[in-house]
Design a binder for this molecule. Structure first.
Ligand SMILES: Cc1cc2nc3c(=O)[nH]c(=O)nc-3n(C[C@H](O)[C@H](O)[C@H](O)COP(=O)(O)OP(=O)(O)OC[C@H]3O[C@@H](n4cnc5c(N)ncnc54)[C@H](O)[C@@H]3O)c2cc1C
Ligand code: FES
Length: 255
């Protein structure tokens, strides 16, 4: 699939918690096919510290309006600049990058599991699955009530189960301790979140013989397979997370 470098226009930038923003971008040219799990490399203009582009998952796509949405968590200078973009500002991106989540089998019972900012690629994946006749469950983990984001959006896709570390909403604890995982037999898990969470979900999947894909958020520089700074150790040797991933089946990872 060919990659594009394009100036998008900011048509909205909504703060949804103290450090999360949803950035809506409109393309000049008709959007190409974008697969769930793919990401963009954003050029952060106007600051010498952010020479390298920043990788951000494609959170949602609206082909009718020719827009994409990005879910941004402010963690440093680059994401701070993105959080401060105003309607009408240009934003240069390279996209669509990376592979994508694999297709499920026809009768698969599916659950999407995400934590924190890692929920970002699961919204577009969920919409894609729903439009293809699947009814995935969604299990999202957050630190506390204040950090829950996009509950309504995920509810449009399927049943949403929540864990919070302090028990303020949903079940107390981490996603892997949620009771739905012991009550329902799933055939397929799609997961994105902190490494520790994905490793715990991978362990649960192995123990229960469930097909599981995770989307890694390794540090990246070029995003197009040139610099080799995003290498992942797999059973097929060293692979680039930016081009061979970011989505990997856990069977391939040496975790
Ligand atoms: C494939 C992929 C998809 C991503 N999707 C999203 C997304 O949808 N929304 C989003 O907000 N962020 C996402 N990220 C993470 C995002 O790229 C980084 O948070 C961002 O580059 C940080 O830039 P900065 O200049 O704000 O912070 P920096 O100053 O570069 O870093 C600030 C701190 O964040 C840490 N950090 C930077 N990148 C990462 C990372 N990839 N994982 C863990 N810690 C990191 C740094 O080590 C440092 O401690 C994704 C990363 C990858 C690889
Ligand atoms: S980020 Fe450069 S090779 Fe992957």
């Amino acid at each position: 699939m060919s990659k594009r470098i394009e100036d998008f226009k900011v048509i909205g930038n909504k703060r949804i918690t103290s450090d999360f923003y949803v950035l809506e971008l409109s393309g000049n040219d008709k959007l190409p096919e974008i697969k769930p799990g793919q990401f963009v490399q954003v050029r952060v203009d106007g600051s010498p510290e952010t020479f390298l582009r920043r990788p951000i998952s494609i959170h949602d796509v609206d082909y009718e309006r020719n827009t994409i949405r990005l879910l941004i968590q402010v963690v440093g200078k680059g994401t701070e600049v993105l959080a401060n973009l105003k309607t009408g500002d240009p934003l240069n991106i390279i996209y669509p990058l990376g592979n994508s989540f694999g297709d499920p089998l026809k009768n698969d019972n599916i659950i999407l599991i995400g934590g924190g900012c890692g929920i970002a690629p699961l919204l577009y994946l969920g919409r894609h699955l729903k439009s293809n006749g699947f009814a995935p469950d969604i299990l999202l983990g957050f630190r506390n009530r204040e950090r829950i984001i996009e509950y309504e959006e995920y509810s449009e896709i399927g049943n949403v189960f929540i864990t919070t570390e302090d028990g303020s909403v949903g079940e107390k604890g981490y996603v892997t301790s949620h009771s739905v995982l012991s009550k329902v037999r799933y055939d397929r898990i799609y997961c994105c979140g902190p490494d520790s969470m994905m490793k715990a979900v991978a362990g649960y999947s192995v123990r229960n013989n469930i097909n599981c894909e995770v989307s890694l958020e390794n540090l990246m520089a070029c995003g197009i397979g040139v610099c080799l700074c995003c290498i992942v150790d797999t059973v097929r040797g060293n692979l680039c997370s930016c081009t061979d991933g970011p989505v990997f089946n856990i069977k391939d990872l040496k975790w």
